[in-house]
Write a protein that binds this ligand. Structure first.
Ligand SMILES: Cc1cc2nc3c(=O)[nH]c(=O)nc-3n(C[C@H](O)[C@H](O)[C@H](O)COP(=O)(O)OP(=O)(O)OC[C@H]3O[C@@H](n4cnc5c(N)ncnc54)[C@H](O)[C@@H]3O)c2cc1C
Length: 506
């Protein structure tokens, strides 16, 4: 059921942006960072505009490992403990504020020597001490060899001594991005996807106008804001260069790849963590949306394409490492889908920034520049709310926006259509492309809802970031694309908008 407040069209959003009003906050980039700031600022009562040059959440924020966690792999360095503690506090808040999207997940660490049992046991004990708990979170438990095989059926038996179990949380990353978008829109934010920021006017003191290119209409116009939040992830530096071509870079880029295979390779609701693979990285095998998600690699790269693709070597690396722990071996043809994302790693050493010039923690920073631009960089999905709170506090300290309290610690996120989308996803994965008119009508109806409540503009937006079929079964997504493309076009033409308005009575 759509309410009038949730229903919106591009044409209305564009008109609001072009009205000449001065927004309190203009957000560039609608990923975890930008949407988190939009939801925070709008819920404080500030006027907010959000722009993204692709679909909402199409950057790194729909390509993660889908964990809300402190990060067990950072435990070995005590300097990270405060960061882990903060992330585990955020995990507790997310389990409370978005229970439809963030759920507890049990993780099992298989151990092949007694030294591993002792070492990992100590680490997980510390993780538990740093934790703020949360609904469904449990402490660390130990299981012997037989218990380990019960918890992880399908795991390699040779040399297995036992396993350690702990809990963390898992989520749908693109789903959470949509929930933040809807939360911001419900609180009055103006949002536009496929709207690239391509220029800035600066009067020597501050940024006076932001030039936007609406890619759908091929139209350029200016918008105005008191503070400009640069949340463009790995693309923050090109955005800063729109004001000053000579700024030194703030981010390093690292690519991470995942593969998705059938759940039967590890038929359990538990996830497996291997703390150290052959290249020293953590390997996760996580049940996700009825499939098994395996990741991830970590490769530094210089360029930041909008649609990074996994390389053949990365896929082979993941298969090879997962196969060391699975009895049934994954072959290349078993990979149903794969995807890659780019981590925006904040590097203070590279820029020479210190506590005086940037409001920063070890993993993320809010960097003020050009009078009224704040670049919010680094961090992770789990920390998006804390990052938003810090960004708005910084804007208030600089007197760029009025003082008003943060609401997000207890703000329930607006989640819509979850059950319908999940049911449709399950049916499509089981039965393939809809054949009957009733099946097509069901698909058309959900496409329409997403066009008018979350800004779907292309078949890929719907298949990859609303239904998630693209990340679960690449071949099926390709087959569905022409059908969904036609449905999206019908909605954008306006005919479907009238049908929706009359169906929902407004
Ligand atoms: C492989 C991998 C796994 C990860 N796993 C986890 C995990 O399990 N848990 C966790 O907490 N974190 C995880 N992370 C980290 C997390 O995903 C990122 O920190 C987070 O998604 C970054 O969000 P962002 O909004 O800063 O960037 P993005 O999501 O990339 O958003 C930036 C947006 O800016 C837009 N943009 C760029 N230029 C312009 C412009 N000129 N005009 C308008 N818009 C523009 C882009 O289109 C993009 O949508 C993972 C990261 C990677 C790479």
């Amino acid at each position: 059921m759509i309410t009038k407040q949730q229903f919106w069209r591009r044409v209305d959003m564009r008109a609001r942006l072009r009205s000449g009003r001065i927004f309190d906050v203009v957000v560039i980039g609608a990923g975890a960072t930008g949407l988190g700031i939009a939801a925070d600022a709008a819920s404080r009562g500030l006027s907010v505009a959000v722009l993204d040059s692709q679909d909402f959440g199409a950057g790194t924020s729909s390509r993660s490992t889908k964990l809300i966690h402190g990060g067990v792999r950072y435990l070995s360095n005590p300097r990270n403990w405060s960061l882990i503690k903060e992330a585990l506090f955020e995990r507790r808040l997310l389990l409370q504020n978005a229970p439809q999207l963030v759920r507890p997940q049990s993780f099992i660490v298989p151990c092949y020597s007694y030294l591993q049992l002792l070492w990992y046991g100590a680490g997980l004990g510390l993780y538990n001490l740093l934790s703020s708990g949360g609904k469904g979170m449990h402490g660390v438990t130990f299981a012997g060899r037989m218990g380990a095989l019960g918890q992880l059926p399908g795991i390699a038996r040779k040399g297995l001594k036992g396993a350690l179990a702990y809990s963390d949380a898992q989520f749908d990353d693109a789903g959470l991005a949509m929930a933040l978008l809807r939360t911001a829109v419900s609180a009055g934010a103006t949002v536009l996807n496929y709207a690239a920021v391509c220029g800035m006017e600066h009067d020597g003191r501050r940024i006076t106008a932001v030039t936007v290119h609406d890619k759908i209409m091929d139209l350029k116009f200016n918008i105005f804001g008191k503070v400009i939040m640069n949340c463009a992830g790995v693309w923050v530096d090109p955005v800063r260069r729109l004001v000053d071509v000579e700024v030194s870079p703030l981010v390093r880029i690292s690519r991470g790849t995942h593969i998705v295979v059938d759940r039967s390779f590890m038929p359990t609701g538990n996830a497996m963590v291997v703390p150290k693979t052959s290249d020293g990285r953590v390997l996760f095998c996580i049940p996700w949306q009825g499939r098994l998600l395996i990741g991830t690699t970590d490769i530094e790269q210089g360029q930041a394409p909008f649609d990074p693709q996994p390389t053949s070597d990365e896929i082979d690396f993941l298969i090879e490492n997962a196969n060391k722990y699975l009895t049934r071996q994954i072959r290349r043809e078993d990979v149903k889908a794969s995807f890659a994302g780019l981590r925006p790693l904040f590097s203070s050493k590279r820029t020479g920034l210190n506590e005086g010039t940037a409001n920063m923690t070890r993993s993320y920073a809010v960097v003020p520049e050009f009078g009224n631009m704040l670049t919010v960089v680094g961090g992770k999905w789990t920390s998006y709310r804390a990052m938003a709170e810090l960004a708005l506090r910084t804007a208030q300290q600089m007197r760029l926006v009025p003082r008003c309290g943060c609401m997000t610690r207890s703000l329930p996120l607006v989640v819509q259509n979850r059950l319908e989308l999940e049911a449709l996803q399950k049916d499509l994965l089981q039965n393939g492309v809809p054949r009957t008119s009733a099946e097509k009508e069901r698909l058309r109806s959900l496409v329409g809802v997403e066009v008018f409540t979350s800004g779907v503009c292309t078949a890929q937006d719907f298949l990859f970031r609303r239904l998630r079929i693209g990340e679960l079964d690449a071949a099926l997504a390709k087959e569905l694309e022409p059908l969904v493309e036609g449905m999206v076009k019908d909605c954008l033409k306006g005919r479907e908008a009238r049908r929706f308005k009359s169906r929902y009575g407004f």
